[in-house]
Ligand binder design. Structure first.
Ligand code: AMP
Ligand code: GLY
Length: 425
């Protein structure tokens, strides 16, 4: 089979790395890809949102399957666009992807399915939002209503932080239209886990739990980012906790979507807070997490292509017991550009990746990189994802941080405490 991956971040590099190991794949393409994916597949210079040219490329090259990584094309209906042209594609339809793209859709669904989540209210002026926050008090959470690459969320512990959030989103409009309306949400306390399940609409296959680290700085300080590092599995998550999530979140969600005629086919990723009252949903994503995908691809022992196809063909039922997960742990440390998630400079040469990958168990996935005049340079906020596997979480973290120490570019920043919380929990 020939396969096209849509996207160009660390998640897509990891999916390409894994799919490249499938004996059933002849040729792998990625659009647009990045400086690292070139070694595995053919980078195609078409934007992930340019559905017309993507579909044309797939038809011309007779590509058998397209796999979509990012949220934007899913929310804009790439799956419907391809399917209406008879093209095979992995991901949820535009309607189903609303579970991520529309807060109102996902909150209404959770109310209907009785899924535990935070209370919230929507505002379209900063004055009204501020008045409401004064009434409720801090801590409180302010979110841009639209998609903002995970960066439109402000967890505010003081009124001063609330004012900054409302000013950035609604007055300065740093995420543009995404800040037309804000969601003010009850603060949920407790450790956070990322749950991934492949769904064929009727059945699902649960992955081991992962934990991301969203804030930019050590000790969970600083602004929220797309994710600065991930571990999987999460050592303190018990099978009972996973079963609770399965029964209180995944089953009712997929069941309710099925009943309303919007089957969810693809990867469903609820972000969950393990509160003292039990698991509560922070949000749903309709795609693999990034960097979560980077650790899952290191842990998955089975052929990813088989799983993606089973989703599309509604053949997931009973597959769970055949899916192999490697023993031990996988971790990922994101190396970002200095300044991220705010403004940052680009174009700095990157060195040391080859040296880093000499360490046993280490694979470096690229995100914001490109090759310019034969030199690998930075071109995005999150630049690299350094992944490692190990028998224990400590071992995996040790290898990953040793590898990070061998990599260099001007201004690089990374968190030094990925996995630390899980080790002491
Ligand atoms: P989101 O993109 O909605 O997942 O939010 C990004 C991050 O902000 C989450 O991963 C949480 O760490 C934090 N967050 C979002 N909503 C809440 C909430 N209601 N209570 C506490 N933390 C939250
Ligand atoms: N790492 C969190 C996300 O992909 O949304």
């Amino acid at each position: 089979m020939d396969v096209l991956i849509v996207g160009g971040g660390g998640r897509e590099h990891a999916l390409a790395w894994k799919l490249n190991q499938s004996p059933r794949i002849d040729k792998l393409y990625i659009a647009p890809g990045n400086g690292g994916t070139r070694a595995l597949c053919e980078n195609v210079a078409i934007d992930a949102m340019d559905f017309g040219n993507l579909a044309k490329f797939v038809q011309e090259k007779k590509i058998d399957l397209t796999v979509v990584g990012p949220d934007d094309p899913l929310a804009s209906g790439i799956v419907d666009f391809f399917q209406s042209r008879g093209l095979r594609i992995f991901g949820p339809s535009k309607d189903a992807a609303q579970i991520e793209a529309s807060k109102v859709f996902s909150k209404q669904l959770m109310a209907k399915a009785k899924i535990p989540t935070a209370e919230f209210k929507v505002f379209n002026t900063p004055t009204e939002a501020l008045a409401y926050v004064r009434l409720r008090g801090v801590p409180i959470v302010i979110k841009a209503k639209g998609l903002a690459l995970g960066k439109g969320v402000y967890v505010c512990r003081t009124m001063a932080e609330v004012e900054v959030a409302l000013d950035e989103l609604m007055v300065k409009r740093i995420h543009k239209d995404s800040g037309d309306e804000v969601v003010v949400e009850e603060f949920l306390d407790g450790p956070e886990v990322s749950i991934h399940a492949l769904s064929d609409g009727l059945h699902f296959l649960l992955f081991p739990p992962a934990q991301d680290h969203k804030p930019a700085l050590d000790g969970d300080k600083g602004k929220n980012t797309g994710g600065m590092g991930t571990i999987a599995p999460v050592p303190w998550m018990t099978p009972e906790m996973m079963q609770n999530i399965e029964y209180s979140v995944l089953r009712p969600t997929l069941e309710t979507m099925k009943k309303s005629g919007t089957l969810f086919t693809g990867l469903l990723f609820p972000g969950i807070k393990m509160t003292v009252e039990g698991p509560k949903v922070l949000e749903f994503n309709a795609r693999f997490g990034d960097p979560e995908a980077q650790v899952y691809m290191r842990l998955l022992g089975s052929d990813l292509l088989d799983l993606l196809e089973a989703c599309i063909d509604q053949k997931l039922d009973g597959l769970g017991s055949f899916v192999k997960w490697n023993r031990g742990f996988a971790v990922n440390i994101v190396i970002a550009s200095g300044g991220y998630p705010d403004a940052y400079e680009k174009g700095f040469p990157i060195t040391g990746i080859e040296e880093a990958e000499k360490i046993e168990g280490v694979v470096v996935f690229h995100a914001g990189t490109k090759v310019e005049k034969g030199q690998l340079v930075t071109t995005g906020g999150r630049v690299l994802g350094v992944s490692a596997v190990g028998d224990t979480l400590q071992q995996a973290l040790g290898s990953a941080y040793e590898a990070v120490g061998r990599i260099n570019f001007k201004g690089m920043q990374f968190r030094r405490d990925i996995g630390a919380k899980a080790l002491i929990q």
